[in-house]
Design a protein around this ligand. Structure first.
Ligand code: ZN
Ligand code: ZN
Length: 412
């Protein structure tokens, strides 16, 4: 056994913020919690905090990196088109009955680096298709949900390759703690202030009713048309069950839905993208009528091309997000190889599924109405970073006039 990198008091603080700020779990509400076996010390604290908050029933579902690898090393070929639809069907049923959802993430981003990429892609696709009924209830924001991070050892090794495993895990624990705004006397009050600041930004953006955003920077000249009736969100927001939660801890972004057919120009990624065991570096793509028509990457190009061919919607955008270049995560200077952190260090776009909540009256729109307003649909939703201290952003009004939004990576 090695030294666990978080003290009991720190675990309690994380669990408290996850349950009170992340989920805002209500008395009597059930909770489904997914986590790695490695995160058990945190899982136990979260379960305790959830019951203290009045949870009805907390059901943790644990995974393990060794179990995942055992499949790739031993399973027959047919296995890689299988997924536990029965489990995901049950989760969808639970969400329909107002069960909240928490994911504790922290797996080794390079876990599957040595597995057959074709099998990884097949397994991911089978899983995504089987998970869809449950994921839809999350992406449609039917219930309160949140994602938080645990400093897994495999993950820590990727972020701090030059340190010993113990040192790396301790450093990652510290980085998660400060990026998640868990320091200070009263992290719950700090989160209330941070949420209020994000609300001011989204209010301004919603008041502007931009028809598009224009990104300009090295290798980037991109116009992202915004969906008709789009709505900006950031920080805490209210699920359809009426509960206001913070879906991501940490979060620094203001985000909305681009128009699936109104994206033009070219863009260069500003950070590597870790995706299913591959690190994809130097992504450059060109969009025409909303669709990626040219794509290349300096490293991991095959994985990127496979990703954008996942389905029809995978070459189109489902999210655009504004994140200042100066934030606790960005200031750390670390590449986390984990979307929860890296997407909160820079402006980003996501290929694939849009969030229906990012529309005015999103809760009442049908799938067809969302599509008609420009909302994209896909089995994937993959964020990648296009912001840096060198990127400027203008908002383009309906009459074509331009309003500065970001200069040199910061809010104007
Ligand atoms: Zn985002
Ligand atoms: Zn996203």
């Amino acid at each position: 056994m090695t030294d666990y990198p978080l003290t009991d008091a720190e675990l309690d603080r994380m669990a408290e913020v996850a349950v009170r700020v992340g989920l805002n779990l209500q008395p009597g509400q059930d909770l489904i919690l997914t986590a790695a076996v490695e995160a058990l010390p945190l899982v136990r604290r979260v379960v305790a905090a959830a019951y203290r908050a009045g949870a009805g029933l907390v059901t943790p579902l644990l995974s393990d990196e060794g179990v995942t690898l055992a499949r790739y090393d031993n399973a027959g070929d047919d296995s890689f088109d299988r997924a536990p639809g029965w489990l995901y069907g049950g989760m969808a049923q639970a969400f329909s009955a107002n069960t909240a959802r928490m994911a504790i993430v922290g797996d080794d981003p390079m876990l599957l680096a040595h597995a057959d990429p074709a099998k990884v892609a097949r397994a991911a696709k089978a899983n995504a298709m089987a998970y869809k009924p449950a994921l839809e209830k999350i992406s449609n924001f039917d219930v309160n949900w949140t994602i938080i991070a645990h400093p897994g050892r495999g993950w820590a090794r990727q972020v701090f390759p030059d340190l010993t495993p113990d040192q790396a895990q301790a450093r990652l624990a510290r980085a998660i703690f400060s990026a998640s705004r868990l320091e200070g006397d009263d992290p719950v009050a700090n989160w209330a202030a941070h949420n209020a600041a994000l609300k001011t930004r989204t209010k301004w953006l919603n008041g502007q009713r931009f028809s598009a955003l224009h990104f300009a920077g090295p290798g980037t000249d991109l116009t992202v048309g915004l969906a008709d009736g789009h709505e900006w969100h950031g920080g805490a927001s209210t699920a359809k069950n009426g509960i206001t939660c913070n879906p991501n801890l940490p979060t620094e972004e203001c985000f909305t839905t681009p128009h699936a057919t109104r994206v033009e120009g070219y863009v260069r990624a500003t950070k590597p993208l870790a995706h299913q065991g591959s690190v994809i570096e130097g992504i450059e793509v060109r969009f025409s009528e909303g669709r990626i028509v040219e794509a290349r990457a300096q490293k991991g190009e095959a994985a990127f091309l496979k990703l954008i061919d996942s389905d029809e919607g995978a070459r189109r955008l489902g999210e655009v997000a504004l994140v200042p270049h100066a934030s606790p995560i960005s200031d750390s200077g670390l590449l986390f190889y984990n979307t929860l952190f890296d997407e909160n260090a820079a402006c980003h776009i996501a290929l694939g599924q849009c969030y229906s909540k990012c529309f005015l009256d999103g809760a009442t729109l049908t799938k067809d109405q969302i599509a008609a307003q420009g909302g994209n649909s896909s089995i994937i939703h993959v964020d990648w970073m296009i912001g840096s201290g060198e990127v400027d952003i203008d908002g383009i009004a309906a009459d074509g006039s331009k309003i500065p939004v970001f200069r040199k990576g910061g809010w104007c």
